[in-house]
Design a protein around this ligand. Sequence first.
Ligand code: 5GP
Length: 193
Amino acid sequence: MQRRLPTRSEPLIIVVSGPGGVGKGTIVKALVDRDPGLWLSRSWTTRVQRAGEHDSAYVFADREAFERRIACGGFLEWTEFLGYYYGTPTPETSDGRDVVLEIEVDGAKQVKALDPSAVLIFVLPPSRAEQERRLRGRGDPDQKVAERLRKAEDEEPVGMALADYVVVNDDLEQTIEEMLAIVNACRARASRS
Ligand code: 5GP
């Protein structure tokens, strides 16, 4: 007889972090497209929308609106990153699906403190040169690219120390497969505990 794993009452939180230009946005989109048991949270930010960036990438808010939401406890976590606010709205429902957060390391640390069962996956670029190439491809001005590369130097050691898993995004398809396998392994472990 086939043994069924018990169902979990609480969704798993999967946090995907990593420096700018590492491909996190593409990766998390592929994860939720391929695994119907995953739900992607949409963050708020006060950063201006990039040219060509989809309206649904974030809830784009002004500082006043963001601060009002902080004041009423509407964020699971929030931080200031390179002069802008970013935050995860407290999830209302994920319909039983596991929750994916694509956030930077300070937010990842906050989530882990709130929920020690959250799974932190830190994604690294194959090289600084490749990361720079990807950042330039987004059309950011030189000064923003330099700022993000400097920030990456600070973020990487912190993120790697904090992470449950570290994945190098050399080959996108392989990275996605690896991360789906991590998610499934974590689900199986959560069901047994
Ligand atoms: P970007 O401006 O490139 O879209 O995002 C800058 C950084 O903020 C990225 O590392 C991204 O993962 C992170 N980020 C996006 N949304 C959130 C959020 O809700 N909370 C936190 N803490 N970081 C976020």
